[in-house]
Design a protein around this ligand. Structure first.
Ligand SMILES: *Cc1c(COP(=O)(O)O)cnc(C)c1O
Length: 285
């Protein structure tokens, strides 16, 4: 893979740079491509099956499905119960993942946790389990590749930004680039929860800065101000960002920082189809 390009955009009278990891692939892009890098470099014959679990519209799920299709690996994905409406929907990440051959297994909510915990028992050597959201130490290698691309672009910018779910991306990026400031914001839970998740992977370095939103947002809920920011970014920069993570990150960057920043586009645009439909239902357009 060549290094992903960098775009320059104007927002609120400020200039930002954007690392276009969204352009890597329609389904396997952004930080999911970086996090799956090690597995993508693994010879196909090493495994025959990948197991993962989590949300039913997850970007990680779709990226893993695209990887398994290209590797000819079986992909089994566990979720709690899914509504009939979603099963029938022909747009969104779930529909695309099924189209790529993902085998979906539904678990009763009361057995979900226990079942997921039992997956690693008696695992055969040809099967690999990826934890929810791709929160895996193996993500380190792909993020070192991204770090090298950033370093090699010789920019004047010394601050980076990328939004967090599990925090895996921001953490490994900050560790790989100690000479840069890495801003992130918690999109799932609060800052304390994010720090807890990160610490499970590695000690948090000093150059990683968590910016907290002024207001509490629930993950994957539609918010008018998120939609407004998504549309402004689309119109003014001609770049589509995802609706779940990017608006929260841009919001705190505009409110709480002043210097020039390189924003790492974390992908996830494929999930917008189903999210836009939800905004439309709430008459937010
Ligand atoms: C998964 C995802 C994130 C969160 O990445 P983490 O490494 O879990 O923090 C951020 N942005 C987008 C678009 C994602 O799909």
């Amino acid at each position: 893979m060549h290094s992903s390009p960098i775009s320059e955009i104007e927002l609120d009278g400020r200039t930002f740079l954007v690392k276009r990891d969204d352009l890597i692939d329609p389904f396997l892009a952004g930080n999911k491509y970086r996090k799956l890098y090690t597995l993508l470099q693994t010879p196909s014959k090493t495994f025959n099956k990948i197991i993962s679990y989590g949300g039913t519209q997850s970007n990680a799920m779709l990226a893993i499905a695209a990887m398994c299709k290209s590797k000819n690996w079986e992909f089994v994905y566990y979720t709690t119960s899914v509504g009939d409406a979603q099963k029938k929907q022909n747009i969104g990440n779930f529909a695309h993942a099924i189209g790529l051959g993902m085998k979906h297994r539904e678990l009763q909510p009361q057995y979900y946790k226990e079942y997921i915990a039992s997956l690693r028992i008696n695992l055969d050597e040809k099967t690999y389990i990826i934890d929810q959201g791709g929160a895996d130490r193996s993500a380190k290698e792909g993020l070192s590749v991204l770090a090298k691309e950033i370093r090699d672009s010789n920019l004047d910018v010394k601050s980076l930004a990328t939004p967090s779910g599990t925090g895996t991306t921001a953490l490994f990026l900050a560790l790989a680039l100690p000479e840069y400031k890495v801003y992130t914001t918690p999109c799932v839970g609060d800052a304390l929860y994010l720090q807890e998740q990160m610490r499970a992977l590695h000690e948090i370095p000093e150059n990683l800065i968590i910016l907290e939103p002024a207001k509490k947002y629930h993950f994957a809920k539609p918010y008018e101000e998120f939609f407004t920011l998504y549309k402004r970014l689309l119109q003014e920069s001609k770049i589509e960002f995802d609706l779940l993570y990017a608006p929260g990150m841009w919001k705190v960057l505009l409110e709480q920082t002043q210097e020039q920043i390189l924003y790492i586009h974390s992908g996830g645009v494929s999930g917008n189809e189903s999210m836009l439909r939800r905004y439309d239902k709430k008459s937010i357009r």
